[in-house]
Write a protein that binds this ligand. Sequence first.
Ligand SMILES: [Zn+2]
Length: 114
Amino acid sequence: MHEASIVLSLLDTLSDRCRQEGYRSIESVRLRIGMASGILPEAVTFAFEAAKHDTLAENAELVLDIVPLGGFCNSCRNDFEVSETYVLNCPLCGSDSFTIRKGYELDIVEMEVN
Ligand SMILES: [Zn+2]
């Protein structure tokens, strides 16, 4: 499972940072996940709950901010958002000339430590 390896490397990164800064535990983690990133939020939550035991994040709460896929249409010059995980045409005018602006994120927004 793709998400499990993402979560494991995330926990490593967070734990390292936490230790380096002299903290003992991670209270919460907020991630931003784009709809088009190919990462399933439910799978990330599941993998995190499974992997956090015996780590500094044992009691951490995971918060996910889901970012819809969106772009700017070069034809009608509007910003748009779609609820799908892909976009083939501008939903406003049908043009296939557009620039994707968001939806591929996988970022750590913030981490609370103790
Ligand atoms: Zn358009």
